[in-house]
Design a protein around this ligand. Sequence first.
Ligand SMILES: Nc1nc2c(ncn2[C@@H]2O[C@H](COP(=O)(O)OP(=O)(O)OP(=O)(O)O)[C@@H](O)[C@H]2O)c(=O)[nH]1
Ligand SMILES: [Mg+2]
Length: 356
Amino acid sequence: MIKFWRSKSDEAKPDVPPVAAPVPPPPVSVPTPTITKPAPPAPAAPAAEPPRGGWLSRLRQGLTKSSSKLTEGITSIFTKRRLDHATLEELEDLLIGADLGPTTAARLTRDLAANRFGKEITAEEVRTLLATEIAGLLAPVARPLIPDPSLKPHVILMVGVNGTGKTTTIGKLARQWRDDGRSVMLVAGDTFRAAAVSQLKVWGERSGCPVVARETGADPAGLAYDALERARREGTELLLIDTAGRLQNKTDLMAELQKVIRVLRKLDPSAPHSVLLTLDATTGQNAHSQVEVFQGMVGVTGLVVTKLDGSARGGVLVALAEKFGLPVHAIGVGEGVDDLRPFDPTAFSRSLMGLE
Ligand SMILES: Nc1nc2c(ncn2[C@@H]2O[C@H](COP(=O)(O)OP(=O)(O)OP(=O)(O)O)[C@@H](O)[C@H]2O)c(=O)[nH]1
Ligand SMILES: [Mg+2]
């Protein structure tokens, strides 16, 4: 039997975030697709969560590791110094060390030099100028995912490495679109683990969306096909398909995703209309290969960057924007149902540079 990689720490983590949620139902074990009835949207239950700041303070907090490194580095480079070749080189190295990548680092230092070469400049000014430049680089990729109303349904396939936040992001998106009055159906395409089905069902209850599921070990492609057929029949506007996490270098597992796409296209040649890749912001450089491989294999159309409230390595996001230019549809700043935000390049770049 195919084994999906799963780290010990992932195993230890609960799959469902600690908000007040219904107890997960037992794993389903029926041979045909089951569909759970949509429950009315459950309250977000803020009372059950520990007190915490708003999304911006969580973003700032999450980027602290990166921003302290950059702030301290810039301060030590630019204390009473002119912007000359030596300082620019040191700055470039610092930016590369903070995951911004050689191309972006070179571009940022070049732009800074174009403005201020030979002049005295304070560390604060450098951070402010860099934040502005970075926000400019990120602006073209900050594009929310807008469902296409002419599609019934708009099919969204969620892909990514294990534990990056696929299922949670589906739950959060489902809730947002349900709150907007759209009809949403969820597909428990991670048929490998019974717990994954239960986890999605909890999100289905929380967001008031039906969940199409099958027994553990069922073929995800067959399930996706049946779900699409049902969604078309019912005139559902959005079909969100969850998938099992997979490392990008497991070719057999990547082929399984390609099969899901092939099978969906038998019903709708234009499906899936969006292929979203979730990236864990705490990952660092491996994100490059994740984007590269998933894009090559399944044609990623956009990114959701999760865990920016964690110990995030924010520089990677800037390097990815420059290298791939893929839309960043949303960012995850927590485990709760409301913790998915549009990507705000200014807030992000200022937080990365340790600015208010
Ligand atoms: N802090 C934080 N935690 C998150 C965020 N998004 C997801 N998580 C947590 O990360 C863990 C993994 O999330 P899942 O949604 O189960 O990830 P997945 O990609 O579906 O995982 P697999 O199905 O095992 O591949 C869970 O504990 C989530 O609550 C986020 O934006 N911030
Ligand atoms: Mg999952």
